[in-house]
Design a protein around this ligand. Structure first.
Ligand code: ATP
Ligand code: MG
Ligand code: MG
Ligand code: MG
Length: 566
């Protein structure tokens, strides 16, 4: 590529709203441009990087036997009504109407669409397991889009969904996806951690996040220096935030599937906590004078139904509240409510007759974070001791000490169980001819976010330092004063042709610019190798190589240059 036939688009300044390095550098290096809040255009250089990331993700997905498809961005509301998320999802879900006044959403994720698809396409256990993925645009109306494409409203996600006859098969694919994710982040060249995570609004119980470690990360990651133990402290914050209610309180989060009344919540908690939407329960301790349990439920329908039920457990249902109102009402920060928006705080009188049933059902024995799935897959120590954890503490698994670092969530995998297959009746006939609901897993990667996360880990004061695997070009060819020196021009054109013949992605800076301008642009863009052609070194038939990451310079003979790079 010649710069004269390309759109370089570098600029000196970045907008005041660009608080973090990747946002500033993506603007300054000419990778993206903002159209409106959370909406970005990818310029040629940015798109080249993005495509590299996509290709690595696609390759590892294919190797892990996932199969690529493409689903529509616009999804009919009735699927979301069937899954219960039309009500649960909150304002992050952008709802639109067509000309016939029918409701649609811009897909923030695709569980409903894929489940409806598989329901129609798969009829026998013989067709399972099946893992389908797409690399495609998502829309989430984020409360606070920020950091450029790191938290945008429109972004590209790789989302995969797997379908299984039983939990064992789900477990196998989940492990395979976990490994594929490690391969992806290693190939890109990122320092990352896989951590135990909260399964949030997607539901289900077992879940891991993949975090790129960087100071600008929004999450705190606790990990051991001696073992594989790593967890998102967010898990513990959900638990610990309740402590501020009063001194000795014991707080647990539990999951409740689409429960509409407090009775349903209680019932589901004691029966099948794995089909869940999150509920936060704050339990007063045995000694506590205030014998209350505070429950935060999601969805306005929940509170209305609870009020109508006049349930003996509900001492004082508060008004339906926004996330802010809930936080104010309890004087705590229930950070995890976020995506679902509306919540209902309820104070439950613990002295009420049937209260103990409720507590038992919620598995409040201090041992487990949620119900059955956690018993099986996550050890007690994974979450039990995360509260108030600090760097230097002994690791919850007893191996090594804890380090806490900031992380950027670039991937998230879940075992969904049958939350969606149950709601949308997606099943197959088993070997014995019985209808069986499928087990599902889902696996997301923030493809666009990876680009920003990579910059957070790879930059200096002069610009980006791309890891080679995702660099927009491998080599920058910088001829000094080519329009004055016949000799420089000749060597530049010859090397350019040689690099192209060798299949190397090269950016030939053939602009009529001062060398300083070219150096600055190529450093800002972050191309891993520069080849500088100057009169003086040509006397010895040499050119200068500069490594962007290390800053090392060395002279190379002209006829060795291509071999040196490849
Ligand atoms: P976050 O906690 O950052 O809001 P999330 O947990 O809501 O992310 P998931 O539903 O787990 O996101 O989606 C899978 C992946 O999509 C995330 O791990 C992240 O890398 C990416 N992602 C989510 N929201 C955004 C966004 N607004 N902009 C860019 N990437 C995003
Ligand atoms: Mg989110
Ligand atoms: Mg998250
Ligand atoms: Mg997530």
């Amino acid at each position: 590529m010649r710069t004269t036939e390309y759109l370089i688009a570098t600029q000196k300044e970045s907008p005041a709203e660009a608080e973090i390095a990747s946002h500033q550098l993506m603007i300054r290096a000419g990778l993206v441009r903002k159209l409106a809040s959370g909406l970005y255009t990818w310029l040629p250089t940015g798109l080249r990087v993005l495509n590299k990331v996509k290709e690595i993700v696609r390759d590892e997905m294919n190797k892990a036997s996932a199969i690529e498809i493409s689903m529509p961005v616009v999804q009919p509301a009735d699927l979301w009504e069937a899954s219960g998320r039309w009500e649960e999802y909150g304002p992050e879900l952008l709802r639109i109407k067509d000309r016939h006044n029918r409701d649609f959403v811009l897909g923030p994720t695709h569980e409903e669409v894929i489940t409806a698809l598989v329901k129609n396409e798969i009829s026998s256990y013989k067709q399972l397991p099946l893992n389908l993925y797409q690399i495609q645009t998502k829309f989430r109306d984020e409360v606070r889009p920020r950091f450029g494409i790191m938290r945008s409203r429109e972004f590209i996600m790789k989302d995969a969904y797997s379908f299984h006859i039983d939990h064992e098969s789900l477990d196998q694919t989940y492990q395979r996806m976990h490994q594929a994710y490690c391969n992806i982040f290693e190939r890109i060249g990122l320092e990352y951690r896989a951590v135990i995570a909260d399964s949030g609004s997607i539901g289900g119980a077992v879940s891991h996040e993949f975090h790129v470690l960087a100071e600008s990360g929004e999450d705190d990651i606790a990990f051991s220096n001696k073992s594989d133990y790593a967890a998102n402290v967010e898990l513990a914050e959900v638990i610990a935030s309740g402590e501020r209610l009063s001194a000795n309180e014991d707080v647990k989060t539990v999951d409740t599937p689409n429960a509409k009344t407090i009775d349903e919540v209680a019932l589901q908690l004691s029966v099948e906590p794995e089909y869940c939407v999150k509920t936060l329960i704050v339990k007063a301790s045995e000694e506590s004078a205030h014998e209350y349990i505070a429950i935060v439920l999601r969805g306005d329908h929940v509170l209305n139904d609870i009020k109508a039920s006049k349930h003996p457990l509900v001492a004082s249902p508060l008004q339906m509240a926004s996330e802010d109102e809930v936080n104010k009402a309890f004087g705590v920060n229930f950070g995890s409510i976020g995506p679902l928006g509306i919540a209902c705080p309820i104070l439950v009188d613990r002295s009420a007759a049937n209260c103990s049933d409720f507590i038992c059902g919620a598995n409040m024995d201090g041992q487990h974070y949620t119900g059955v799935n956690f018993d099986r897959d996550v050890k007690d120590y994974d979450v039990a001791d995360l509260r108030n954890i600090e760097s230097g503490d002994t690791s919850p698994d007893g191996k090594g000490t804890i380090e806490i670092r900031k992380g950027i969530e670039v991937g998230h995998i879940f075992q969904l169980g049958d939350k969606y297959s149950n709601a949308l009746t997606c099943g197959v006939l088993t070997e014995s001819g019985k209808h069986q609901t499928l087990q599902m897993g889902c696996y997301g990667i923030g493809v666009t976010r990876i680009v920003a996360a990579a910059i957070e880990q790879n930059h200096d004061k002069f610009g980006i330092q791309w890891p080679e695997a995702i660099a927009p070009f491998k080599v920058a060819l910088i001829p000094m004063n080519m329009y004055k020196s016949q000799r420089v021009a000749e060597v530049a054109h010859r090397l350019y042709a040689d690099f192209i013949a060798a299949g190397v992605e090269i950016l030939f800076d053939d602009r009529k610019e001062r060398p300083g301008v070219m150096f600055n642009d190529m450093e800002l863009i972050g191309i891993p190798h520069s080849i500088v052609i100057g009169e003086r070194n040509l006397d010895n038939l040499q050119v200068e190589h500069k490594n962007r990451k290390t800053g090392e310079k060395q002279l190379l003979n002209i006829d060795e240059v291509v071999a040196f790079i490849t």
